[in-house]
Write a protein that binds this ligand. Sequence first.
Ligand SMILES: Nc1nc2c(ncn2[C@@H]2O[C@H](COP(=O)(O)OP(=O)(O)OP(=O)(O)O)[C@@H](O)[C@H]2O)c(=O)[nH]1
Ligand SMILES: [Mg+2]
Length: 382
Amino acid sequence: MWLLPFFQKSRTFTKSILVLKNPEKKSALSEVNGINQPNSVSDAVARQIQNFRRKQPSAAELVSNILKGDKTALSRAITLIESTNVDHLAKANEVIQGCLPHANKSVRIGITGVPGVGKSTFIEAFGKHLTSLGKKVAVLAVDPSSSISHGSILGDKTRMEELVKDENAFIRPSASGDSLGGVARKTREAIILCEACGFDTIIIETVGVGQSETAVHSMVDFFLLLKIAGAGDELQGIKRGIMEMADAIVINKADGDNIAKAKLAKTEFNRALHLFPAKNSGWTPKVTTCSAFEKTGIDNVWSIITDYFQLVKENDYFDYKRKEQNQFWMMETINEQLKTHFYNHPEIITLLEQNKKAVQNNEVSPFAAAQLLLNQYFNNRK
Ligand SMILES: Nc1nc2c(ncn2[C@@H]2O[C@H](COP(=O)(O)OP(=O)(O)OP(=O)(O)O)[C@@H](O)[C@H]2O)c(=O)[nH]1
Ligand SMILES: [Mg+2]
């Protein structure tokens, strides 16, 4: 008998489920008819957005929108050049060709420095300073080491909070890729697209480790090395090559207790730079201090850079260097594609493995093995 109330209860429960399942019987929980769109949403605009998302724009559309300064089209085009899909490659080349006549109208600045030196904080302060002067700033990165995190800029967008929101700025994390050459080529193509989109100041960031700074140096007009003051041993551990490439050394974090140390470091770097041979550009590298955090000394960095551009545009070094760089990148692209083609050839893959072993076991000399592989490759291509 005591079970009766339970059965009664469970029957009412089943009934209410049936009511829910039956669309005829509306309950407060039924949302079969949905709710009306609020008046604030225009049907026409909603449809436009849906169409835009669904439709893949053609190369010509992308080019025309990039030339109008559309940042969404720019992002899409950069994604296209980063793609490894063969169909995308042809379309990407079409977009680049369309943008090329409108490129070249910017200044390209490379910024390098070890992790933690304050690159992102500096670029935020520097970029904001430039947009306040009416410039349009694009920030790209060459950072093959962080293919996992997809570039330091992405993880650092929080450090560029203001710049990200700035209408006159465009920030793009580095292309991921397994070879520096590949990443660098994509970055160079991205520069062309940014210039066509109306960005007049392009900043390329790279972490000063490995070979990436050499790649960046060969795609920019001005190369800036960011440093912090150490314990008086500034020149220790700094690669001679990087010092030679630098057009300016900026000692960051010159704030608080660090100001005196930064000044000392400035003197030391200035002395060291005098020992290097004069540059072909006719420019004497400058050393200065700044605090990206407190935004002090940033205007001075820009005035050094404008002095540089005035000089190299007057003495034609600017054009000369860009022409040299174009030639360099043509050769680089050929070299890279030849290598890729060679190493991906099915027959070569097998032969290479066999010959590696033979060379290790001293059965054949390294040169003879190399010759054999090359002959095989070229004979196949005849
Ligand atoms: N005191 C002081 N701290 C700074 C300054 N600039 C950057 N920092 C701090 O230094 C740390 C590293 O700055 P980031 O801008 O992330 O350095 P980064 O070179 O981009 O580092 P990676 O992205 O790891 O290569 C952060 O905690 C910043 O707040 C500065 O001018 N003064
Ligand atoms: Mg950073």
